[in-house]
Ligand binder design. Structure first.
Ligand SMILES: *Cc1c(COP(=O)(O)O)cnc(C)c1O
Length: 413
């Protein structure tokens, strides 16, 4: 992505040997050869998970994959959300239902498959939480040792998930960016298979499967817009790549516009987009947001992210922490889908995009729900409290029930 050098499969493990850790690679395939595998009758016989797209993944037919069911998550049409946003249609792509509760399972499942293929002794990653939980879960499913570097400030639920999956957890008293550098050094010294986002180019490959699913679930077409939250930029980059690959195979003739949603306190991509700065040279910002999964001072996948937004005619925009917290109960109450802050941010971003005319009233937008609300219950509780949502508490007595029914009937009317 940086210098244009090309490598054949297996020639380098992760990054460009000239550019070093910043020399992120982009996998290319023979799209004419892959396109028969994407015809409707071929896909009809495929497995109901992400491996149905193996023709465009870096795995052979015989390579084993983790047994957990990753991908082919539901796509819900939500007329009530559409009305709220003031657009013709809203589709929720519900990746909160992945095995470990987040979108990151798509990448981590492929990482573990590749680690098995490489005969690695262990897998490792740095993460703000979800990528680590996903890697730990996928590793546990095949009995592979896993070492995780996370900031000590990661939510308790995410750290608990790691420990329960049997991962070796290193809490770094510092930022995600610092944990990332330590993890790179550790894998260089040990040979552990490294899943780090934008260092391992194949994480994009696992994540792009969501674009293929949206296309299939929309009846082999694509929505006008896809809204996705952005931290490191790997997911939006992967969405862009997936849709470009569908176009390269002649399966779609236009790309959905990608709306990259950032938290106000972690808005590197939005700043670069608005100012026209080159993300290759623009320096880091200081990142801080309630949406811990979106906190990235120097988005590791900023080149792929910028390409995805620009190529598709999309944008980056920012939403406040207050909007993100409010979006949690709003999304949940109007759809039955409970999202963590980073995932609810995509819904908040769609609302903002519709208000600003970036998404027009006659258009249909897909919102990618990237993680479950159970990942960060404290943040969800704050969102409920700020929306004035509270339970009522009563004594276990008939008179108390009478009084509460009066109130409940008024609320339900
Ligand atoms: C990682 C993550 C994101 C952001 O993805 P990036 O590739 O870092 O931009 C959004 N939502 C959730 C729940 C995540 O875990």
């Amino acid at each position: 992505m940086v210098c244009g050098r090309r490598y054949s499969p297996g020639e380098v493990a992760y990054v460009c040997s000239e550019e070093g850790a910043e020399g992120v690679l982009d996998a290319r395939y023979d799209y004419a050869a892959a396109s028969p595998a994407f015809q409707a009758d071929e896909l009809a016989g495929g497995s109901a998970d992400m491996w149905r797209y193996r023709a465009l993944l870096p795995l052979a037919e015989s390579d084993p994959t983790p047994p957990l069911a990753v991908g082919m998550t539901p796509l819900y049409a939500s007329p009530r959300l559409a009305k709220l946003a003031g657009v013709a249609g809203v589709l929720l792509k519900d990746d909160s239902r992945q095995p470990t509760g987040s979108f990151k399972d798509r990448a981590s499942a492929l990482a573990v498959a590749l680690a098995m293929k490489a005969g690695a002794k262990a897998v490792t990653t740095a993460s703000t939480g979800n990528a680590a939980a996903a890697l730990a879960g996928m590793a546990a499913s095949v009995g592979m040792p896993c070492v995780i570097f996370v900031p000590a400030s990661a939510p308790k639920a995410k750290i608990t998930q790691l420990l329960a999956f049997g991962a070796r957890v290193v809490l770094v008293r510092g930022s995600y960016d610092q944990a990332f550098d330590l993890c790179l050094a550790a894998s260089e010294r040990t040979g552990w298979y490294n899943r780090n986002t934008a260092f391992n180019p194949f994480m994009t490959e696992g994540k792009k499967t969501v674009a293929f699913e949206i296309w299939e679930q929309c009846g082999r077409t694509v929505p006008d817009v896809v809204a996705v939250s952005v931290g490191d930029g790997c997911i939006i980059g992967a969405l862009g790549k997936g849709f470009r690959e569908l176009r390269a195979m002649g399966l779609i003739d236009r790309l959905p516009r990608l709306v990259g949603v950032q938290a106000e306190g972690s808005d590197y991509m939005t700043r670069a987009f608005e100012s026209g700065a080159d993300p290759l040279t623009m320096g880091p910002i200081t990142a801080s947001t309630v949406a811990d999964s979106l906190s990235a001072g120097l988005p590791r996948d900023r080149l792929k992210a910028m390409l995805a937004a620009r190529e598709s005619g999309g944008v980056f925009l920012r939403v406040s922490d207050a909007e993100i917290l409010a979006a949690i109960p709003e999304l949940a109450a109007h759809s039955g889908v409970f999202a963590e802050p980073a995932a609810a941010a995509a819904w908040a971003g769609l609302r903002r995009a519709a208000r600003q005319g970036i998404v027009r009233p006659e258009e249909t937008a897909c919102v990618l729900v990237t993680g479950t609300g159970l990942k960060d219950v404290d943040a969800a509780a704050r969102g409920c409290a700020e929306a004035g949502l509270a339970a009522m508490e009563i004594d276990p007595a008939p008179a108390a029930l009478d009084a509460s029914l009066t109130t409940l009937n008024r609320l339900i009317r």
